[in-house]
Design a protein around this ligand. Sequence first.
Ligand code: SF4
Length: 368
Amino acid sequence: MSEKVIMMTAQRSSAPAIPAPLEAPTGLLADRLGRPLHDLRISVTDRCNFRCVYCMPKAVFDNDYQYLPHTALLSFEEITRIARIFIAHGVEKIRLTGGEPLLRKNIERLIGMLAELTTISGKPLDLTLTTNASLLARKAQSLKDAGLQRVTVSLDALDNTTFQRMNDVDFKVDDVLAGIARAHEVGLGPIKINMVVKGGMNDQEILPMARHFRNTPYILRFIEYMDVGASNGWKMDEVIPSSEVVRRIGAELPLVPVAANYTGETAARWRYADGGGEIGLISSVTQAFCSDCSRARLSTEGKVYTCLFASSGYDLRALLRAGHDDAEIATALAHLWRARSDRYSELRTNDTEGLARGPRVEMSYIGG
Ligand code: SF4
């Protein structure tokens, strides 16, 4: 394994300075490329019960891996306070991630607290969650009752052997499908299904997955295998470009492109020509979408990352626990976002081999 994995526990810094003068949030924040702050992804745990080869490979996240102690995690009260400040800066959508978010004890309580928040225009927050569905069948109703609106489920194959090669644990496809069906039943839709495609490992499942989810209420999305973090041993020749996914499906099930639902949507939309539903393509490697990226990420222990491929985060937890008030933290956040110029995927796409690869934060720590 060439690149060094950043052990999060080793990364602790003193509280950053509060810029002056203090400024009240306007909800109109924009970064150096003119991108607003619209989406916040919150990682509520660095733990997972899967070992997906593209995210938390067993070789690295083994029994000796040091996970964050519970005291290091943001409390639900701290997460909700930070979320309120992000909303004041314009955030309208919050996605709960991990690791596996359903492993965080009493997550329904956090969802209930976040569901009470409204956007600056008074609309309900778009509150969603990404899960591997291992606990979804059991928890779907309580998540819905707590105020969750939608779920996105990761499923990388229908064939059990291939699925287990991808997640490296003995978990059955049928149990994931049962979780999806239960989530649909209780109204946590429209449900999106995310399939990471790794060449030579599960790309033979592209068509079976498309056939299976066609003519269903679910939106299947194919994600190009990415060089996230430093642990998955990423190689460009294992990337199946989205154009190839469209070609393979289209040869049997003709597709037509569809306009985006909103600016900054990560998936390119395609519809089956015969009306059989919709798929999405998330093409971070071959068709980067940094120009509209309005996403910030809050790590499990309170650091803000302005890009999935960032190597360091801004320590909000230190500000909270040092007793700074919301106006001070909001000011610090405004300065952080205004200084943002991340566009890693664009740079990588233009120069896959040459791009200097510094240490990058692990995806399991900040959510995909
Ligand atoms: S690479 Fe970074 S800037 Fe580009 S879309 Fe992804 S998170 Fe946004």
